[in-house]
Design a binder for this molecule. Structure first.
Ligand SMILES: Nc1ncnc2c1ncn2[C@@H]1O[C@H](COP(=O)(O)OP(=O)(O)OP(=O)(O)O)[C@@H](O)[C@H]1O
Ligand SMILES: [Mg+2]
Length: 260
């Protein structure tokens, strides 16, 4: 995103803190994300990245602070309310329906989005069947997008790890989000897959006009892909800015070297 382009704020994270007993997992973190941005969140293990995502998606309420989505306060909303507003996510520890097929995993999310039961009640079975066909068609298109069309009928648990990660992305997209949060989407992928994933994320952002928040440990992927990056260390935001700025920040270098 260049500086002369008009940017619209879509997400405001204001002094978000989350404690677990005596541990401050996220400590007064503030930043804003603009529409269409690919925004990276990096930091050593245990830095609070996933906890931050959990507060944004309503899975864990923040101990204090405020979250605004399109200017609207979502701080105290439940996960399904936040998802309903268009904030979808994938999980670091995959949460697929393991015994269902890849296609079914996406179709279920599509189904939730389309409220098919409503159609069934009002228009009868024929309409519901048509709706169902549309759902499967759309789900198949999403599988194609993430490169899994050939595995549509495979049980999710039989897919390779990297394929399961892309399946989670397809499922999240079925909810037609405006913001997509990806928690370590490249984990367990080989270098080849990581390169493809990077292109896929960019393509998704452009085609679906999405805003993407991305937690990722693989530094080259983050640096090459993100418009801006936030760096967390022990729950604190220690750097925020464009990749080239963040990369050379002494505090960031120290956090990573200290980790090793
Ligand atoms: N539900 C919980 N109860 C207690 N402590 C928690 C809980 N969730 C996270 N923590 C702690 O909060 C800190 C931040 O964890 P978090 O999972 O957010 O880190 P992370 O940056 O995502 O790390 P990683 O890169 O390993 O995924 C850690 O010390 C973790 O043990
Ligand atoms: Mg994590």
């Amino acid at each position: 995103m260049t500086s002369h382009e008009q940017t619209t704020l879509i997400l405001e994270v204001k002094a978000i803190t989350r404690r677990f007993g005596g541990l401050v997992a996220v400590n007064a973190v503030s930043f804003t994300v603009s529409q269409n941005e690919i925004f990276g969140v990096i930091g050593p293990n245990g830095a609070g990245k996933t906890t931050l995502f959990n507060t944004i998606t309503g899975l864990i309420p923040p101990s204090s602070g405020e979250l605004l989505y399109q200017g609207q306060d979502i701080t105290k909303q439940k996960p399904h309310q936040i998802a309903g507003k268009g904030i979808a996510r994938t999980f670091q520890n995959l949460r697929l329906f393991k015994n269902l097929s890849a296609l079914e995993n996406v179709a279920i999310a599509n189904h939730i989005h389309n409220h098919s039961n409503f159609f069934q009640g009002v228009f009868g079975l024929a309409q519901a069947t048509r709706q169902e066909e549309k759902t499967y068609q759309k789900s198949l298109e999403l599988l194609e997008l993430v490169g899994l069309a050939d595995y549509a009928q495979q049980q999710a648990c039989n897919l390779a790890y990297g394929d399961q990660r892309r399946l989670e992305i397809a499922r999240a997209l079925a909810l037609k989000p405006t913001i997509l949060l990806l928690d370590e989407p490249a984990a367990g992928m080989n270098p080849n897959e990581k390169g493809t994933l990077s292109q896929l994320i960019r393509q998704i952002r452009d085609e679906f006009k999405l805003t993407i928040l991305l937690i990722e440990h693989h530094v080259p992927l983050v640096m090459g892909l993100c418009d801006r990056i936030a760096v967390l260390d022990f729950g604190q935001l220690i750097a925020l800015g464009k990749p080239e700025t963040v990369k050379n920040d002494p505090a960031v270098i120290e956090a990573y070297l200290g980790d090793e």
